[in-house]
Design a protein around this ligand. Structure first.
Ligand SMILES: *Cc1c(COP(=O)(O)O)cnc(C)c1O
Length: 373
């Protein structure tokens, strides 16, 4: 009997680099510098180089990265920002936190990403920004989004929290729009050992403003340039991320191999809708999401056979707290359909191919009992 397959296990990746992590933390402890110190400065330089941008500013979370990138780009009270309907609630709330109003736009049924053709209808004279999410690690349609933004004078702030290393026409995401926001939440492709985030950009002024905003808006020790927040990427976290960053490409390659494995094992089965990747996108497979007619039954059957799955996202932002009045059920039919039918399968770099094959076989048994009998 083969072992259970958890949806995610973060221990193996951290175990691989345990000695280096311990050395990095010993270095921080010995330095006596715990915030805004040399580890952060080096990580920012290294991550900017990785993303192919001139600047990187470490912040406290992905949520903060979106909020502060928007504020630094001049988006705030009275403004509207276009966001995909299919997104984690964090994206919408970060826009609200910046003072702006999130305005949902439905997504493309194949890629799950914002549908650029639907953005025009959502624009008003208050529209100031588009915040595309590179969902599941798959780049959004940045060419078309860029054209809409340019035609209407909107700034594009990428939510790249699931897409560290993904490329759009060979350019790393985060560096395609005016700025990119990353999260280093532990389960992300580049995930720390606690909270963390970063804004990357080529715009020196925008970077400087994020740098100021993350530390109360302080310029120097006495002057408050504008009211900011407390959102700093701590030294132990930056030191840990510096250990992991050199592994990111290899980890992303493992994810891609496992995704190819799933695709091969599940291809040709009409009961399972597979991810669709446009030719200009090289995804990093933060999640491997399939579409199933009776998703809840499949998830329960997989759980009964020891396979962990998750739903991203059972509750869409427009149907939560402050947004449900403006956006009744049915407002975004594609996103709502995906939310009912999608299921995320186990996928992390240290998962082995045998486990992956077992997940695929178990899934096929549950959705096609007759065919596999
Ligand atoms: C994780 C995530 C966020 C929020 O990041 P935190 O670090 O948890 O604040 C925002 N957007 C997307 C797409 C994410 O996946």
């Amino acid at each position: 009997m083969s072992a259970d397959v958890p949806f995610l296990d973060l221990r193996p990746s951290r175990r691989q680099i345990a000695a280096e992590l311990e050395a990095a933390h010993a270095r921080v402890l010995a330095s006596g510098r715990f915030l805004l110190g040399p580890e952060l400065e080096r990580f920012e330089a290294e991550f900017a180089a990785y993303c192919g941008t001139r600047h990187c500013v470490g912040v406290g979370s992905g949520f903060s990265a979106i909020e502060l990138a928007l504020r630094a780009a001049g988006v705030g009270r009275g403004d509207e920002a276009i966001v995909p309907a299919y997104a984690p609630v964090a994206t919408w709330l970060a826009v609200a936190r910046a003072g702006a109003t999130p305005v949902g736009v439905d997504v493309d049924a194949d890629t799950y990403n914002i549908d650029p053709a639907r953005i025009g209808a959502a624009l008003t004279e208050r529209s100031a920004a588009i915040v595309p999410v590179h969902l599941r690690g798959e780049p959004a349609a940045m060419d078309a989004i860029g054209r809409v933004a340019a035609a209407s004078g909107l700034v594009v702030i990428e939510d790249a929290a699931q897409a560290h290393g993904a490329t759009h026409r060979r350019r790393r995401v985060g560096g395609v729009g005016a700025a990119g926001a990353f999260s280093f939440y532990p389960s992300k492709n580049l995930g720390g050992i606690g909270d963390g985030g970063a804004v990357v950009t080529d715009d020196a002024e925008l970077a400087e403003r994020v740098r100021t905003l993350r530390n109360y808006g302080m310029r120097g020790r006495n002057e408050i340039a504008e009211p900011g927040v407390n959102s700093r990427l701590a030294e132990p976290q930056a030191a840990a991320l510096r250990v992991m960053l050199p592994r990111l490409d290899a980890w992303n390659r493992s994810r891609a191999e496992l995704a190819a494995h799933y695709a091969e094992a599940l291809a040709g089965h009409r009961a399972v809708a597979l991810p669709v990747v446009p030719e200009w996108a090289q995804p990093v497979w933060h999640l491997y999401v399939v579409g199933l007619a009776d998703r809840d039954a499949a998830a329960a059957a997989l759980a009964a056979r020891g396979v962990g799955t998750l739903v991203h996202y059972p509750c869409l932002p427009h149907r939560t707290g402050p947004y449900r009045e403006r956006w009744p059920a049915g407002s975004f039919p594609v996103a709502e359909r995906l939310a009912r039918h999608c299921l995320s399968l186990p996928l992390y770099p240290q998962l082995d191919e045998a486990a992956c094959a077992r997940v695929a076989a178990t899934l096929l048994e549950t959705v096609e009992p007759a065919a596999s009998a």
